[in-house]
Design a protein around this ligand. Structure first.
Ligand code: AMP
Length: 342
């Protein structure tokens, strides 16, 4: 029986804990001292564990507290960018969802495999700088929120970008980079929830990211763009809501279902709870996916009061955070926690 829902104070913690409170749980936030003032403003947070650094969640006294009070930890992007896969897999506290699939999210090669096996159309990855012969996007490994990405079109432009990252201390050498064919179209982030209890994929909402400064570049006339040496960066600042053409929805559900089925084959127990498939719609309406997130994404923060899609399936405001808490509540009641906790 889980009584308390907890997460770390960043990313979508407000949404998760609000949803937990709405479903009748006690809430606990692991919070950096400098953010205590912010989070104390929200009355749905019952208890705090204050830390200097999020990695202190691994300290024995914190873990003891989790175990003593039947507390479940909900992972999100900040958790996985502060810990490596091994640290997460070795955590000895109840963890919402499948902690092993997070390794598949952070390792680009594993990620590509899961997406290809799910029959998602993906951009080709490029082996190395010598093989670049069209526009590519060059990425760092892990959930860095688009930080450090750059565009290249040949070996020379790749090396220039890589050198900049080396000078900033963001990479050791070019092997730390992942090169992917650039897809022309519009970026869209599809938010899902898979319930192992109901064996059902729900579509929760859609967003696009508002990225600095690639989304600011269009505000400058081209003659000025040509005069300044600016490399567009993809640092996420916030999220913008989208609704899709209804004719695209059928394939959206199918993609989510294929992803869930494939994840069961490769990483038991498969995808559990919220996930996101991220990609670009091209001008023919084809969806080419460049990423997935195997946990709740920050774009769900748009829909704390429900999205246009959850409004069709629930007669009450349903955020992804609340849906997650409801899954824990249902598992508590039917004695099926083993299906959603690892
Ligand atoms: P990501 O961190 O992978 O979600 O990517 C951050 C941003 O980079 C996305 O929101 C897109 O704007 C852009 N992006 C990533 N991969 C591609 C791609 N293969 N083609 C075009 N744009 C991309």
């Amino acid at each position: 029986m889980m009584n308390v829902i907890s997460t770390i104070g960043s990313h979508c913690s407000l949404q998760i804990l609000k949803g937990a409170k709405d479903e009748g749980f006690k809430t606990l936030l692991v919070c950096k001292k400098e953010r205590e003032d912010l989070y104390k403003r929200f009355k749905f947070i019952d208890e705090f564990i204050l830390v200097d650094d999020f990695i202190q969640i691994l300290d024995q006294n914190v873990l003891d507290k989790f175990q003593k009070n039947d507390t479940i930890l909900v992972p999100h992007g900040t958790l996985i960018s502060n810990m490596n896969s091994q640290q997460i897999e070795n955590m000895k506290i109840p963890f919402f969802g499948n902690k092993w699939i997070l390794r598949w999210e952070s390792d680009r090669k594993l990620k590509e495999k899961l997406m290809k096996e799910s029959k998602l159309e993906t951009p080709n990855s490029v082996n190395g700088p010598n093989d670049i012969n069209s526009m590519v996007i060059v990425k760092l490994h892990g959930a860095a929120g688009g930080k450090g990405y750059f565009l290249a079109w040949d070996k020379k432009s790749f090396m220039e970008g890589a050198d900049k990252l080396k000078n900033q201390g963001l990479i050791k050498d070019e092997n730390d980079l992942y090169i992917q064919e650039y897809v022309f179209g519009v970026p869209v982030y599809l938010q899902y929830f898979y319930s192992p209890l109901k064996n059902n994929v729900e579509f929760m909402g859609i967003d696009r990211r508002y990225e600095s400064d690639v989304d600011g570049l269009g505000r400058i006339p081209s003659r000025h763009q040509l005069k300044i040496d600016v490399e567009p960066s993809y640092t996420v600042v916030g999220n913008i809501p989208i609704v899709l053409r209804e004719s695209l929805l059928n394939e959206v559900y199918k993609m989510g279902e294929r992803f869930v089925e494939t994840s069961k084959r490769f990483v038991e127990p498969g995808m559990v709870g919220p996930f996101c498939i991220e990609g670009v719609y091209d001008k023919e309406g084809r969806f080419i996916s460049f990423e997935f997130s195997a946990r709740i994404v920050a774009g769900t923060n748009l829909y704390i009061d429900g999205s246009p899609y959850t409004a069709l399936t629930y007669d009450e405001p349903m955020s992804t955070g609340r849906r997650l808490a409801r899954e824990i509540k249902n598992a508590n009641n039917s004695n099926e926690l083993s299906k959603i906790v690892t």
